[in-house]
Design a protein around this ligand. Structure first.
Ligand code: C2O
Ligand code: CU
Length: 486
């Protein structure tokens, strides 16, 4: 039967525990996958596309009755999918009705630091924050979530998160009918205490919340009726700490077409795919007519094979989503052989090193809102070398940029999941990743961007640092932070 893997890390060693997902050990796929609605927008006179988002409290049926208290954006749980095209100006009016200070961060977005929605752009209860920027990056599956320092884990866990899809005018021909053959798959694990979410549900305090039930787009036991020959799934790991190694129970292969920052140059056929928290992948699946294929997470051989991490136990898998292909499928175009051309990031002139020294510190320092850790000069290509010496699993996320993984010890960088642009990368114990990134514009000596571990407990506990991007002539001006607020 299907059981759930609880991946936890301790003292340089992974170990895997299993726990039954329910009394029979089987996930029953009895609910149709909910699709987050596309966010409505208006176009202002100057052409700016305007979205209105309200972070609010509600109740949801997450499989434990209708009265589970949750948070959502324009609804009870999760939020609508925002969508904009490269070159567009967007403004998002973010209203906070959750009764506590929060923020809303645009994960993966290249934009001015003051619009980023990080810990310095707090939105007080009852207030509205209205960041505005120009979409200036390739088509991609991005997402949004709160980023209040110390509260990110609980605010995301309660349900504040959603997708932000970017398009380009000359997108290649791919399945793109939202909710039909282009489907968001937001994967989260939850733990319940009776009818309520159990926020203290850590089985191992170090990594934070690990749930024993899976929701996709807020739906427990979800199935998706597939009506077309090919379906594009936009996978987002929006879990607080859990790492997934996705595959189909039938062994069905799929094409990986994109990672965090956008499309790959060419599709790559895979049978499994790992995502750590915050990472995304776009895949195109051809499920034969009349078949059922269960997307599930299995113990991650990627890590066993490439990272040579030690494992024990864990032969079982956790079921995520059942694809039910209709007996007759409508045709849609095959995936083109060429998807995108990645921009040359140039040669690095600056190298920085980041040691992941513990689950609360980077380079032996905990996050300090009043300290700038790194000063980057705009127009520069840099190499960031991140080494996990903590003995505990982490990943590494950088705001504002999409980087290229040029080296990852123990793992070939021509591995398909590392060939595209990324903003979050898995860094298991002992590993070093070298990340090439270019900082183009959006200088501001007073407002920092963040880099951090995306295991949300770690981020909240201080495993985060701040960098500013400045013009060459501004380097001297970086001093004590003036905290920006709405
Ligand atoms: Cu998804 Cu700094 O976060
Ligand atoms: Cu971490």
């Amino acid at each position: 039967g299907a059981t759930l893997i609880l991946g936890v890390a301790g003292a340089g060693l992974y170990f895997w525990n299993t726990t039954a997902i329910d009394t029979t050990g089987q996930v029953t796929f009895d609910r149709s996958l909910q699709i987050p609605p596309l966010a409505e927008s208006t176009v202002a006179e100057d052409g700016t596309r305007v979205f209105d988002l309200t972070m609010q409290r509600g109740t949801s049926d997450l499989g434990h009755g209708p009265d589970t208290q949750t948070w959502g954006v324009n609804g009870d749980y999760l939020g609508p999918t925002l969508r904009a095209t490269r070159g567009e100006n967007v403004r998002v009016n973010v209203r906070n009705e959750v009764g506590e200070t929060s923020t809303l961060h645009w994960h993966g977005m290249h934009l001015p630091a003051a619009m980023d929605g990080g810990p310095h752009q707090s939105v007080e209860p009852g207030a509205t924050w209205s960041p505005q920027w120009t979409i200036d990056q390739p088509a991609a599956t991005l997402w949004y979530h709160p980023h209040l320092h110390g509260s990110t884990a609980s605010h995301v866990y309660r349900g504040l998160a959603g997708l932000f899809l970017l398009d380009e005018r000359d997108d290649p021909e791919l399945p793109d009918e939202y909710g039909v053959d282009d489907v968001p798959v937001i994967v989260q694990d939850k733990k319940f205490d009776g009818t309520q979410l159990d926020e203290d549900g850590a089985i191992f305090a170090n990594v934070g919340i690990l749930g024993d039930e899976i929701l996709v787009n807020g739906t427990p036991g979800a199935f998706l009726d597939v009506t077309t020959e090919r379906v594009r799934l936009r996978l987002l790991n929006a879990s607080n700490a859990r790492i997934y190694n996705f595959s189909f129970d039938t062994g069905l292969p799929f094409d990986l077409i994109g990672t965090d920052g956008g499309l790959l140059e060419s599709p790559v056929a895979l049978r499994s795919l790992q995502l750590s928290p915050g990472e995304r992948a776009e895949i195109v699946v051809e499920a034969p007519a009349g078949t059922r294929n269960v997307l599930r997470s299995t113990p991650p051989d990627l890590r066993a094979d490439f990272w040579q991490t030690r494992f024990s136990g864990g032969d079982d898998s956790v079921d995520v989503l059942e694809l039910r292909a209709a007996d007759t499928l409508e045709s849609n175009e095959p995936v083109p052989a060429r998807l995108a051309t990645l921009e040359d990031l140039g040669e690095p002139t600056v190298t920085r090193t980041f040691d992941l020294t513990s689950s609360t510190e980077i380079n032996n320092r905990a996050m300090d809102m009043n300290r700038i850790d790194e000063v980057v000069v705009a127009g520069t290509t840099e190499l960031w070398e991140v080494t996990n010496i903590s003995g505990v699993v982490h990943n590494f996320h950088v705001h504002d940029v999409q980087f290229q993984v040029v080296e990852a010890t123990g793992m070939p960088t021509d591995h398909p999941t590392l060939t595209g642009r990324k903003d979050t990368v898995y860094v298991p114990p002992g590993a070093t990743v070298r990340l090439l990134m270019r900082f183009d514009d959006h200088t501001d000596p007073n407002v920092p961007y963040m880099y951090h571990c995306h295991l949300l407990r770690h981020e909240d506990d201080g495993m985060m640092g701040q960098f500013v991007v400045v013009g060459a002539e501004e380097v001297d001006q970086v001093g004590v932070l003036s905290v920006h607020s709405a």
